[in-house]
Design a protein around this ligand. Structure first.
Ligand SMILES: Nc1nc2c(c(=O)[nH]1)N[C@H]1C(S)=C(S)[C@@H](COP(=O)(O)O)O[C@H]1N2
Ligand SMILES: [Mo]
Length: 324
């Protein structure tokens, strides 16, 4: 019998988001009074690339004490096989469930949220546990720009110039103990500021993890900027992970706490739907999601479909991590 697995981009959004989320979402949005906003045309222009005039980019925080560090020098080692995504396309289509499970709404819902002052606490199995003010930390780190592909597990992708620093630079500064085998990362949790956090069907705060070998790999970045300026709020200001060989859900946004731990930590999506989202989450076109194929991807802001590559095209860098 032939069973057709729908291709990722054929999946209506209702099936590319967790079922329970979709079902709760309507009622939830209604309580916020924003259901149906998108039909009012507020978001007209989303996903339109190739506009002649540079569109206004929403979601930029007030210039911070480290705003002078952008744009940073580009590291030319990382090249793309495709065009960069138009900034407005990336800025208006965001997975950030703390604000909304509707990607088009996030850019508006982050408007009143303050991302300074901001601290990042480093704790657990580490010689130098400490709490950094974000700007003190960023000034100590070697910032550079890298062009990376980003592949969401929902089968859309983008290509973005991130500015950030290798996680390894921070690891070297705080010096984990030999017993530390994983890095656990946690997102802010302020239900006053972020309406999605009031939906308690999720295991908040958002939390993720990497093995120490993954975290200290040269590709793994803590990102503080995008498109040559400070990170916008919808992309996870003031600091987020980017691990481009993994599905996007690993790349946790707006981090407030880092913990060095001995055991593999639980993660947000794996806790919620373990049969769909695993810990490792390396991009793999050969293994379909239980509800759709992962063989190809829709390029954000275009009508293009491309074959998805193993490790999202970063195999030459990362396969050595997974040799047994
Ligand atoms: N805290 C937090 N981090 C998160 C998410 C989220 O909902 N909350 N979504 C993830 C998913 S599924 C993706 S695809 C990327 C999206 O990043 P972008 O909005 O910058 O494109 O963020 C990831 N990091
Ligand atoms: Mo994603």
């Amino acid at each position: 019998m032939l069973i057709k697995t729908p291709r990722g981009w054929e999946i209506p959004e209702r099936r590319a988001t967790p079922e329970d989320v979709f079902l709760n979402r309507r009622a939830f949005l209604q309580t916020l009074g924003i259901a149906g906003m998108s039909t009012l045309g507020v978001f007209a222009g989303c996903e339109s690339s190739g506009a002649k005039e540079a569109p206004l980019i929403r979601g930029l925080p007030e210039p911070s004490a480290t705003a002078d560090l952008y744009p940073a020098q580009r590291n030319e080692q990382f090249t793309l096989d495709r065009a960069l995504t138009a900034e407005a396309d990336a800025a208006n289509y965001n997975n950030f469930y703390e604000f909304s499970s509707r990607k088009e709404l996030v850019v508006r819902l982050v408007e009143g949220w303050q991302t300074r002052p901001w601290q990042v606490e480093v704790a657990g199995l580490v010689h130098k546990p400490q709490t950094f003010d974000i700007d003190d930390l960023v000034r100590k780190m070697p910032l550079e720009e890298r062009l990376y592909r980003h592949r969401c597990v929902e089968a859309w992708s983008m290509s973005v110039p991130w500015t950030g620093f290798p996680i390894k630079a921070l690891v070297d500064l705080v010096q984990p103990l030999a017993s530390a085998r994983y890095l656990r990362m946690i997102t802010f949790h302020d239900p006053q500021a972020a309406p999605g956090l009031r939906n308690d069907t999720y295991p908040w705060p958002y939390h993720e993890g990497l093995s120490m070998a993954e975290a200290t790999h040269e590709l793994a970045l803590f990102v503080t900027g995008i498109y040559g300026h400070e990170l916008t709020k919808q992309h996870g200001a003031p600091i987020r992970l980017v691990a481009p060989w993994k599905y996007g859900y690993k790349s946790i946004k707006s981090i407030v706490r880092l913990e060095f731990v001995a055991e593999q930590p639980k993660t947000f999506w794996n806790t919620l739907i373990p049969w769909e989202y695993d810990f490792v989450a390396n991009v793999n076109p050969a293994v379909p999601h239980p509800r759709w194929s992962q063989a190809s991807e829709r390029i954000l802001g275009t009508r293009e479909i491309k074959a998805t590559l193993p490790y999202n095209g970063y195999g030459e860098f990362v396969t050595s991590l997974y040799k047994t």
